[in-house]
Design a protein around this ligand. Structure first.
Ligand code: 6LW
Length: 509
Protein backbone atom coordinates (compact mmCIF):
# COMPACT_ATOMS: atom_id res chain seq x y z
CA UNK A 1 0.00 0.00 0.00
CA UNK A 2 1.40 3.39 -0.92
CA UNK A 3 1.76 5.96 1.81
CA UNK A 4 0.81 9.46 0.68
CA UNK A 5 3.00 12.43 1.33
CA UNK A 6 1.74 15.86 2.31
CA UNK A 7 0.02 17.36 -0.72
CA UNK A 8 1.38 20.66 -1.95
CA UNK A 9 4.04 22.20 -4.09
CA UNK A 10 6.85 21.74 -1.61
CA UNK A 11 7.82 25.40 -2.13
CA UNK A 12 6.99 26.21 1.42
CA UNK A 13 7.47 24.21 4.53
CA UNK A 14 5.61 24.17 7.76
CA UNK A 15 6.87 23.25 11.16
CA UNK A 16 5.48 20.48 13.25
CA UNK A 17 4.32 20.56 16.01
CA UNK A 18 1.73 23.03 14.79
CA UNK A 19 0.93 23.75 18.45
CA UNK A 20 4.20 23.42 20.34
CA UNK A 21 4.34 23.05 24.10
CA UNK A 22 1.96 21.35 26.49
CA UNK A 23 -1.07 20.97 24.19
CA UNK A 24 -2.13 17.33 24.50
CA UNK A 25 -5.20 15.38 23.40
CA UNK A 26 -6.11 17.72 20.50
CA UNK A 27 -9.68 17.67 19.27
CA UNK A 28 -10.55 19.54 16.08
CA UNK A 29 -13.63 20.62 14.16
CA UNK A 30 -14.34 22.80 11.13
CA UNK A 31 -17.11 25.33 10.56
CA UNK A 32 -16.97 26.61 6.97
CA UNK A 33 -13.43 27.79 6.38
CA UNK A 34 -12.56 28.01 10.07
CA UNK A 35 -10.93 25.31 12.14
CA UNK A 36 -11.09 25.15 15.91
CA UNK A 37 -8.99 23.01 18.23
CA UNK A 38 -9.14 22.29 21.97
CA UNK A 39 -6.68 20.57 24.32
CA UNK A 40 -6.56 19.10 27.83
CA UNK A 41 -5.48 21.40 30.66
CA UNK A 42 -5.35 19.25 33.85
CA UNK A 43 -4.80 21.27 37.05
CA UNK A 44 -4.64 24.67 35.35
CA UNK A 45 -7.20 27.46 35.41
CA UNK A 46 -8.65 28.66 33.09
CA UNK A 47 -9.10 25.30 31.40
CA UNK A 48 -9.27 23.87 27.87
CA UNK A 49 -7.38 26.32 25.65
CA UNK A 50 -9.21 26.98 22.39
CA UNK A 51 -7.45 27.80 19.11
CA UNK A 52 -8.56 29.06 15.70
CA UNK A 53 -6.95 28.54 12.31
CA UNK A 54 -7.83 29.08 8.66
CA UNK A 55 -5.08 26.88 7.25
CA UNK A 56 -4.59 24.04 9.80
CA UNK A 57 -1.00 25.22 10.24
CA UNK A 58 -1.14 28.56 12.07
CA UNK A 59 -3.16 28.56 15.26
CA UNK A 60 -4.16 31.50 17.43
CA UNK A 61 -5.53 31.06 20.92
CA UNK A 62 -8.92 32.77 21.03
CA UNK A 63 -9.84 31.87 24.57
CA UNK A 64 -10.30 29.15 27.14
CA UNK A 65 -13.49 27.12 27.22
CA UNK A 66 -13.66 26.80 31.02
CA UNK A 67 -12.93 30.28 32.36
CA UNK A 68 -15.40 30.71 35.22
CA UNK A 69 -15.37 28.95 38.59
CA UNK A 70 -18.93 27.79 37.79
CA UNK A 71 -17.49 25.81 34.88
CA UNK A 72 -14.23 24.62 36.42
CA UNK A 73 -13.66 23.72 40.04
CA UNK A 74 -10.21 22.37 40.83
CA UNK A 75 -10.17 21.63 44.55
CA UNK A 76 -6.96 22.16 46.50
CA UNK A 77 -6.50 18.39 46.67
CA UNK A 78 -6.84 17.95 42.89
CA UNK A 79 -3.37 16.61 42.11
CA UNK A 80 -1.16 17.86 39.32
CA UNK A 81 -2.19 16.00 36.14
CA UNK A 82 -5.67 15.63 37.68
CA UNK A 83 -8.47 17.99 36.72
CA UNK A 84 -9.39 18.33 33.06
CA UNK A 85 -8.70 15.37 30.76
CA UNK A 86 -9.18 14.98 27.03
CA UNK A 87 -11.96 17.02 25.38
CA UNK A 88 -13.94 16.45 22.19
CA UNK A 89 -14.91 19.56 20.21
CA UNK A 90 -17.66 19.36 17.59
CA UNK A 91 -19.74 21.74 15.44
CA UNK A 92 -23.30 20.47 15.12
CA UNK A 93 -26.65 22.17 14.59
CA UNK A 94 -25.04 25.61 14.38
CA UNK A 95 -23.51 25.21 17.82
CA UNK A 96 -20.12 24.28 19.17
CA UNK A 97 -20.15 21.41 21.65
CA UNK A 98 -17.33 20.50 23.97
CA UNK A 99 -17.33 17.50 26.25
CA UNK A 100 -14.54 16.75 28.69
CA UNK A 101 -13.88 15.24 32.11
CA UNK A 102 -12.95 16.87 35.39
CA UNK A 103 -11.58 13.81 37.17
CA UNK A 104 -11.67 15.74 40.49
CA UNK A 105 -15.12 17.24 40.27
CA UNK A 106 -18.01 15.11 39.08
CA UNK A 107 -16.61 13.51 35.95
CA UNK A 108 -17.83 14.45 32.50
CA UNK A 109 -19.16 17.89 31.66
CA UNK A 110 -20.62 19.26 28.45
CA UNK A 111 -20.66 22.94 27.44
CA UNK A 112 -21.88 24.72 24.31
CA UNK A 113 -21.33 28.06 22.57
CA UNK A 114 -22.45 29.82 19.43
CA UNK A 115 -19.11 31.61 19.22
CA UNK A 116 -16.14 29.39 20.10
CA UNK A 117 -14.34 32.46 21.46
CA UNK A 118 -16.98 32.32 24.19
CA UNK A 119 -18.79 32.67 26.37
CA UNK A 120 -19.37 28.94 26.82
CA UNK A 121 -22.37 27.75 28.80
CA UNK A 122 -22.29 26.49 32.33
CA UNK A 123 -21.75 22.73 32.28
CA UNK A 124 -24.31 19.98 31.88
CA UNK A 125 -23.19 16.96 33.94
CA UNK A 126 -23.38 13.34 32.78
CA UNK A 127 -23.64 11.27 35.97
CA UNK A 128 -24.64 8.12 34.03
CA UNK A 129 -21.51 8.08 31.90
CA UNK A 130 -18.35 6.67 33.49
CA UNK A 131 -14.74 6.85 32.35
CA UNK A 132 -12.59 9.42 30.55
CA UNK A 133 -12.12 10.69 26.99
CA UNK A 134 -15.79 11.24 26.05
CA UNK A 135 -16.71 11.75 22.38
CA UNK A 136 -19.91 13.11 20.86
CA UNK A 137 -21.46 11.96 17.57
CA UNK A 138 -24.96 12.44 16.18
CA UNK A 139 -26.74 10.07 13.80
CA UNK A 140 -29.39 11.01 11.20
CA UNK A 141 -32.21 10.26 13.64
CA UNK A 142 -30.79 12.91 15.97
CA UNK A 143 -29.48 10.40 18.52
CA UNK A 144 -26.37 11.59 20.32
CA UNK A 145 -23.82 8.89 21.09
CA UNK A 146 -21.25 9.37 23.82
CA UNK A 147 -18.32 7.01 23.33
CA UNK A 148 -15.52 6.92 25.90
CA UNK A 149 -12.29 5.10 26.85
CA UNK A 150 -12.62 1.37 27.14
CA UNK A 151 -14.12 1.59 24.49
CA UNK A 152 -17.78 1.90 25.54
CA UNK A 153 -20.77 3.88 24.40
CA UNK A 154 -24.05 5.17 25.73
CA UNK A 155 -26.79 7.28 24.18
CA UNK A 156 -27.27 10.63 25.88
CA UNK A 157 -29.39 13.73 25.74
CA UNK A 158 -26.66 16.36 25.38
CA UNK A 159 -28.97 19.14 26.55
CA UNK A 160 -29.72 17.53 29.92
CA UNK A 161 -26.88 15.04 30.39
CA UNK A 162 -29.34 12.17 30.84
CA UNK A 163 -28.10 8.79 29.58
CA UNK A 164 -30.29 6.01 28.18
CA UNK A 165 -29.60 2.39 28.95
CA UNK A 166 -26.44 0.77 30.26
CA UNK A 167 -23.14 1.45 28.44
CA UNK A 168 -22.23 -1.04 25.72
CA UNK A 169 -18.71 -2.29 25.02
CA UNK A 170 -17.83 -1.47 21.40
CA UNK A 171 -14.22 -2.48 20.82
CA UNK A 172 -11.15 -3.01 22.95
CA UNK A 173 -8.53 -2.35 20.28
CA UNK A 174 -5.96 -4.59 18.66
CA UNK A 175 -3.90 -7.52 19.99
CA UNK A 176 -4.47 -6.78 23.64
CA UNK A 177 -2.66 -3.42 23.54
CA UNK A 178 -3.19 -1.53 26.78
CA UNK A 179 -5.38 1.54 27.29
CA UNK A 180 -7.84 1.62 24.39
CA UNK A 181 -8.89 5.25 24.78
CA UNK A 182 -9.45 8.60 23.08
CA UNK A 183 -12.30 7.34 20.87
CA UNK A 184 -13.74 9.53 18.15
CA UNK A 185 -16.67 8.34 16.05
CA UNK A 186 -17.33 9.70 12.54
CA UNK A 187 -19.72 8.92 9.71
CA UNK A 188 -17.69 8.97 6.50
CA UNK A 189 -19.33 7.68 3.34
CA UNK A 190 -21.30 4.53 4.10
CA UNK A 191 -19.40 3.65 7.29
CA UNK A 192 -19.10 4.75 10.88
CA UNK A 193 -15.42 4.91 11.79
CA UNK A 194 -14.20 4.44 15.35
CA UNK A 195 -10.75 5.97 15.80
CA UNK A 196 -8.93 5.17 19.06
CA UNK A 197 -5.53 5.48 20.75
CA UNK A 198 -3.94 2.41 22.27
CA UNK A 199 -0.70 1.24 23.83
CA UNK A 200 -0.68 3.98 26.50
CA UNK A 201 0.37 7.61 26.15
CA UNK A 202 4.07 6.79 26.48
CA UNK A 203 6.51 5.38 23.87
CA UNK A 204 4.11 2.61 22.73
CA UNK A 205 1.28 5.00 21.87
CA UNK A 206 -0.52 4.44 18.59
CA UNK A 207 -3.69 5.13 16.62
CA UNK A 208 -6.01 2.36 15.41
CA UNK A 209 -9.35 2.35 13.66
CA UNK A 210 -12.36 0.12 13.08
CA UNK A 211 -15.51 0.61 11.00
CA UNK A 212 -19.12 -0.51 11.08
CA UNK A 213 -22.41 0.20 9.39
CA UNK A 214 -24.04 1.73 12.46
CA UNK A 215 -22.71 4.05 15.18
CA UNK A 216 -23.06 1.15 17.62
CA UNK A 217 -21.12 -1.39 15.55
CA UNK A 218 -20.34 -4.17 15.15
CA UNK A 219 -16.93 -2.79 14.28
CA UNK A 220 -14.44 -4.45 11.98
CA UNK A 221 -10.80 -3.50 12.79
CA UNK A 222 -8.62 -2.10 10.02
CA UNK A 223 -6.25 -4.84 8.81
CA UNK A 224 -3.36 -2.35 8.97
CA UNK A 225 -3.74 -1.31 12.61
CA UNK A 226 -2.11 0.58 14.12
CA UNK A 227 -2.54 3.12 11.35
CA UNK A 228 -0.01 5.32 13.11
CA UNK A 229 2.69 4.61 15.68
CA UNK A 230 6.34 5.52 16.16
CA UNK A 231 6.92 2.83 18.78
CA UNK A 232 10.29 1.12 18.51
CA UNK A 233 11.68 3.72 16.08
CA UNK A 234 14.28 6.45 16.49
CA UNK A 235 11.90 9.01 15.00
CA UNK A 236 12.33 12.48 16.59
CA UNK A 237 8.58 12.56 17.28
CA UNK A 238 7.60 9.87 19.80
CA UNK A 239 4.50 8.81 21.82
CA UNK A 240 2.33 9.53 18.76
CA UNK A 241 -1.37 8.91 19.42
CA UNK A 242 -4.63 10.42 20.63
CA UNK A 243 -5.74 11.65 17.20
CA UNK A 244 -8.74 13.40 15.70
CA UNK A 245 -9.69 13.73 12.01
CA UNK A 246 -10.96 16.68 10.02
CA UNK A 247 -11.85 17.19 6.37
CA UNK A 248 -10.73 20.40 4.63
CA UNK A 249 -13.09 22.28 2.29
CA UNK A 250 -11.15 20.87 -0.70
CA UNK A 251 -12.06 17.33 0.37
CA UNK A 252 -8.62 16.41 1.75
CA UNK A 253 -8.36 14.76 5.16
CA UNK A 254 -6.04 15.62 8.02
CA UNK A 255 -5.18 14.25 11.42
CA UNK A 256 -4.19 16.15 14.54
CA UNK A 257 -2.51 14.07 17.22
CA UNK A 258 -0.24 14.32 20.21
CA UNK A 259 3.45 13.51 20.18
CA UNK A 260 6.58 14.40 22.13
CA UNK A 261 10.11 15.47 21.23
CA UNK A 262 12.51 13.68 23.58
CA UNK A 263 16.03 15.10 23.91
CA UNK A 264 19.32 14.05 25.42
CA UNK A 265 20.72 10.54 25.73
CA UNK A 266 19.05 7.44 27.13
CA UNK A 267 16.12 7.11 27.74
CA UNK A 268 15.33 10.53 26.20
CA UNK A 269 13.59 13.23 28.22
CA UNK A 270 10.72 15.34 26.91
CA UNK A 271 10.26 18.63 28.67
CA UNK A 272 7.50 20.48 26.81
CA UNK A 273 4.80 17.92 27.52
CA UNK A 274 2.73 16.36 24.77
CA UNK A 275 2.40 18.67 21.76
CA UNK A 276 -0.09 18.86 18.86
CA UNK A 277 1.13 17.66 15.46
CA UNK A 278 -0.53 17.63 12.02
CA UNK A 279 -0.38 14.88 9.39
CA UNK A 280 -2.12 14.37 6.03
CA UNK A 281 -4.48 11.45 5.58
CA UNK A 282 -5.55 9.70 2.38
CA UNK A 283 -8.05 6.90 1.92
CA UNK A 284 -7.22 3.49 0.44
CA UNK A 285 -9.86 0.75 0.21
CA UNK A 286 -12.08 2.62 2.62
CA UNK A 287 -9.40 2.95 5.30
CA UNK A 288 -7.43 6.06 6.29
CA UNK A 289 -3.68 6.02 5.61
CA UNK A 290 -1.60 8.51 7.58
CA UNK A 291 1.03 10.31 5.48
CA UNK A 292 4.21 12.10 6.40
CA UNK A 293 4.52 13.02 10.06
CA UNK A 294 7.80 14.86 10.55
CA UNK A 295 9.20 18.02 12.10
CA UNK A 296 9.20 19.92 8.78
CA UNK A 297 6.49 19.25 6.23
CA UNK A 298 5.58 20.53 2.79
CA UNK A 299 2.83 23.11 3.20
CA UNK A 300 -0.75 22.16 2.36
CA UNK A 301 -2.09 23.11 -1.08
CA UNK A 302 -3.87 26.29 -0.04
CA UNK A 303 -2.65 29.78 0.84
CA UNK A 304 -1.20 29.89 4.32
CA UNK A 305 -2.71 32.42 6.65
CA UNK A 306 -0.30 33.16 9.43
CA UNK A 307 -2.05 34.85 12.32
CA UNK A 308 -0.54 37.73 14.23
CA UNK A 309 2.97 36.84 15.37
CA UNK A 310 2.97 36.48 19.14
CA UNK A 311 4.72 39.52 20.62
CA UNK A 312 7.76 38.84 22.75
CA UNK A 313 6.53 41.12 25.50
CA UNK A 314 3.32 41.15 27.50
CA UNK A 315 3.08 44.60 29.09
CA UNK A 316 -0.02 43.76 31.14
CA UNK A 317 -1.82 46.72 29.64
CA UNK A 318 -5.07 44.80 29.07
CA UNK A 319 -7.87 44.74 31.61
CA UNK A 320 -7.27 41.05 32.28
CA UNK A 321 -4.50 38.54 31.59
CA UNK A 322 -4.30 37.29 27.96
CA UNK A 323 -5.72 33.77 27.40
CA UNK A 324 -2.29 32.11 27.38
CA UNK A 325 -1.79 32.83 31.10
CA UNK A 326 -2.72 29.93 33.38
CA UNK A 327 -2.54 29.24 37.10
CA UNK A 328 -2.67 26.06 39.15
CA UNK A 329 -6.25 25.38 40.30
CA UNK A 330 -7.61 28.90 40.75
CA UNK A 331 -6.90 32.53 40.12
CA UNK A 332 -9.04 34.75 42.34
CA UNK A 333 -9.17 38.32 41.00
CA UNK A 334 -8.17 39.73 44.39
CA UNK A 335 -4.90 37.75 44.14
CA UNK A 336 -4.15 38.37 40.48
CA UNK A 337 -5.01 41.64 38.77
CA UNK A 338 -3.82 44.11 36.18
CA UNK A 339 -6.04 46.82 37.65
CA UNK A 340 -4.25 47.58 40.91
CA UNK A 341 -1.18 49.24 39.37
CA UNK A 342 -1.89 50.26 35.80
CA UNK A 343 0.26 48.35 33.32
CA UNK A 344 1.52 45.93 35.96
CA UNK A 345 0.45 42.44 36.93
CA UNK A 346 -0.07 42.33 40.69
CA UNK A 347 0.09 39.00 42.50
CA UNK A 348 -0.90 38.64 46.13
CA UNK A 349 0.44 35.46 47.76
CA UNK A 350 -1.86 32.57 48.59
CA UNK A 351 0.32 29.51 49.18
CA UNK A 352 3.79 30.27 50.57
CA UNK A 353 5.84 28.60 47.86
CA UNK A 354 5.72 26.76 44.56
CA UNK A 355 5.37 23.57 46.64
CA UNK A 356 1.86 24.63 47.66
CA UNK A 357 -1.10 23.57 45.51
CA UNK A 358 -2.56 27.07 45.82
CA UNK A 359 0.58 29.06 45.04
CA UNK A 360 -0.29 32.28 43.17
CA UNK A 361 1.59 31.47 39.99
CA UNK A 362 0.71 32.85 36.56
CA UNK A 363 2.53 31.20 33.69
CA UNK A 364 2.52 30.31 30.03
CA UNK A 365 3.62 27.13 28.34
CA UNK A 366 7.26 26.73 27.31
CA UNK A 367 6.83 26.27 23.56
CA UNK A 368 10.38 26.18 22.23
CA UNK A 369 13.21 23.81 23.07
CA UNK A 370 15.49 26.84 23.49
CA UNK A 371 14.07 30.13 24.73
CA UNK A 372 14.62 33.09 27.04
CA UNK A 373 12.22 34.61 29.50
CA UNK A 374 12.63 37.81 31.50
CA UNK A 375 10.43 39.77 33.82
CA UNK A 376 10.69 43.05 35.71
CA UNK A 377 9.61 42.47 39.31
CA UNK A 378 8.98 44.96 42.07
CA UNK A 379 9.23 42.96 45.31
CA UNK A 380 9.00 45.97 47.66
CA UNK A 381 5.87 44.65 49.39
CA UNK A 382 6.68 40.94 49.44
CA UNK A 383 8.62 38.20 47.69
CA UNK A 384 8.17 36.33 44.47
CA UNK A 385 9.92 35.56 41.27
CA UNK A 386 10.27 33.81 37.97
CA UNK A 387 9.78 30.05 37.83
CA UNK A 388 9.58 27.11 35.50
CA UNK A 389 7.17 24.56 36.82
CA UNK A 390 6.26 21.01 35.97
CA UNK A 391 4.28 20.42 39.15
CA UNK A 392 4.48 21.13 42.90
CA UNK A 393 7.41 18.76 43.28
CA UNK A 394 9.42 19.76 40.24
CA UNK A 395 10.33 23.39 39.67
CA UNK A 396 13.25 25.83 39.43
CA UNK A 397 12.87 29.48 40.37
CA UNK A 398 14.72 32.72 40.87
CA UNK A 399 13.09 34.60 43.72
CA UNK A 400 13.55 38.21 44.80
CA UNK A 401 12.95 39.56 48.33
CA UNK A 402 14.30 42.38 50.49
CA UNK A 403 17.66 42.99 48.88
CA UNK A 404 18.41 39.42 47.84
CA UNK A 405 17.83 37.03 44.96
CA UNK A 406 17.96 33.26 45.39
CA UNK A 407 17.77 30.29 43.06
CA UNK A 408 15.41 27.67 44.49
CA UNK A 409 15.25 24.11 43.28
CA UNK A 410 12.76 21.39 44.06
CA UNK A 411 13.20 17.92 42.62
CA UNK A 412 10.88 15.35 44.19
CA UNK A 413 11.49 15.34 47.97
CA UNK A 414 14.64 17.50 47.69
CA UNK A 415 14.46 21.27 48.20
CA UNK A 416 17.50 23.45 48.05
CA UNK A 417 18.73 27.01 47.61
CA UNK A 418 21.54 26.61 45.10
CA UNK A 419 22.69 30.24 44.98
CA UNK A 420 21.91 33.64 46.44
CA UNK A 421 23.21 37.17 45.95
CA UNK A 422 22.52 40.55 47.58
CA UNK A 423 20.94 43.08 45.22
CA UNK A 424 19.94 46.72 45.71
CA UNK A 425 16.34 47.31 46.82
CA UNK A 426 13.92 48.17 44.08
CA UNK A 427 12.63 46.70 40.82
CA UNK A 428 14.83 44.05 39.23
CA UNK A 429 14.90 42.07 35.97
CA UNK A 430 14.96 38.31 36.52
CA UNK A 431 15.90 35.98 33.65
CA UNK A 432 15.78 32.31 32.69
CA UNK A 433 17.58 30.94 29.64
CA UNK A 434 16.76 27.47 28.34
CA UNK A 435 19.25 25.90 25.94
CA UNK A 436 18.59 22.57 24.25
CA UNK A 437 21.67 20.34 24.20
CA UNK A 438 23.97 20.63 21.23
CA UNK A 439 24.52 16.95 20.61
CA UNK A 440 24.23 13.71 22.44
CA UNK A 441 27.81 12.62 22.87
CA UNK A 442 27.15 10.25 25.68
CA UNK A 443 24.19 8.27 26.86
CA UNK A 444 23.60 10.28 30.03
CA UNK A 445 23.46 13.74 28.43
CA UNK A 446 20.38 15.67 29.58
CA UNK A 447 17.91 17.31 27.19
CA UNK A 448 18.69 20.95 28.01
CA UNK A 449 20.14 23.36 30.54
CA UNK A 450 18.33 26.11 32.43
CA UNK A 451 20.28 29.18 33.56
CA UNK A 452 18.70 31.45 36.15
CA UNK A 453 19.88 34.92 37.06
CA UNK A 454 19.18 38.63 37.06
CA UNK A 455 20.25 41.65 35.03
CA UNK A 456 22.57 44.42 36.12
CA UNK A 457 21.34 47.96 35.34
CA UNK A 458 23.52 47.91 32.19
CA UNK A 459 21.71 44.80 30.93
CA UNK A 460 24.44 42.26 31.76
CA UNK A 461 22.93 38.90 32.69
CA UNK A 462 24.33 37.63 35.99
CA UNK A 463 23.91 33.90 35.95
CA UNK A 464 23.49 32.44 39.44
CA UNK A 465 22.99 28.80 38.49
CA UNK A 466 22.83 26.52 35.46
CA UNK A 467 20.80 23.38 36.02
CA UNK A 468 20.20 20.14 34.12
CA UNK A 469 16.72 20.20 32.57
CA UNK A 470 16.04 16.48 32.85
CA UNK A 471 14.62 16.95 36.35
CA UNK A 472 11.84 19.06 34.86
CA UNK A 473 10.85 16.40 32.31
CA UNK A 474 7.90 14.05 32.18
CA UNK A 475 10.24 11.05 32.31
CA UNK A 476 11.38 12.22 35.79
CA UNK A 477 8.28 13.93 37.19
CA UNK A 478 5.60 11.70 35.62
CA UNK A 479 2.16 12.98 34.70
CA UNK A 480 0.46 14.47 31.68
CA UNK A 481 1.54 18.11 31.60
CA UNK A 482 4.63 20.02 30.43
CA UNK A 483 6.73 22.97 31.52
CA UNK A 484 4.98 26.23 32.34
CA UNK A 485 7.07 29.39 32.87
CA UNK A 486 5.85 32.39 34.78
CA UNK A 487 5.64 34.72 37.75
CA UNK A 488 4.66 33.95 41.31
CA UNK A 489 4.22 35.50 44.73
CA UNK A 490 5.48 33.67 47.83
CA UNK A 491 4.72 36.38 50.42
CA UNK A 492 2.86 39.68 50.50
CA UNK A 493 2.27 41.44 47.19
CA UNK A 494 4.58 41.60 44.20
CA UNK A 495 4.18 43.53 40.96
CA UNK A 496 5.44 42.63 37.49
CA UNK A 497 5.78 45.36 34.86
CA UNK A 498 6.24 43.03 31.88
CA UNK A 499 7.12 39.48 30.89
CA UNK A 500 9.17 38.58 27.79
CA UNK A 501 9.13 35.18 26.14
CA UNK A 502 11.48 34.81 23.21
CA UNK A 503 12.35 31.68 21.22
CA UNK A 504 16.12 31.21 20.96
CA UNK A 505 18.06 29.52 18.20
CA UNK A 506 18.87 25.97 19.15
CA UNK A 507 20.41 22.80 17.82
CA UNK A 508 17.07 21.03 17.53
CA UNK A 509 14.16 22.35 15.46
C1 6LW B 1 -6.08 11.11 28.18
C2 6LW B 1 -5.84 9.87 27.45
C3 6LW B 1 -4.45 10.10 27.12
O1 6LW B 1 -7.28 11.24 28.81
O2 6LW B 1 -3.85 10.60 28.22
O3 6LW B 1 -2.87 10.23 25.47
C4 6LW B 1 -4.89 11.01 29.08
N1 6LW B 1 -4.01 9.97 25.95
O4 6LW B 1 -6.61 9.69 26.32
C5 6LW B 1 -4.55 12.30 29.68
O5 6LW B 1 -4.17 13.20 28.67
Amino acid sequence: MSVPSMPGTGDHTIKNPVLPGFHPDPSICRAGGDYYLACSSFEYFPGVPLFHSRDLVHWTQIGNVLERPSQLRLPRDAPSSGGIYAPTLRHHDDRFWLITTNVNDGGHLLVTATDPAGPWSDPVRLPGVPGIDPDLAWDDEGNCWCTYAGVEQVRIDPRTGQSFGPPRRLWSGTNGAKAPEAPHLYRIGGYWYLLIAEGGTERCHGVSIARGRTPNGPFEPCPDNPILTHRGTDHPIQNTGHADLVQAPDGSWWMVLLGVRPGGGTPGWHVLGRETFLAPVSWVDGWPVVGELSLVLPAPPWPLRPGAVAPVRDDFDLGEPAPCWISPRRRPAEHCTTNERTGWLTLRALGKSLDDPDVMFVGRRQQHLSCRVRTLIDPAEGSGGLAVRLDEQHHYAIEAASGEVRVLVRIGPLHTVVASRPVPDGPLILGLHVAAVQAVNEARTGPDTLSLGFEEPDGTFVELATLDGRYLSTEVAGGFTGRVMGMYASAGTVHFDWFDYEPAPGPRP
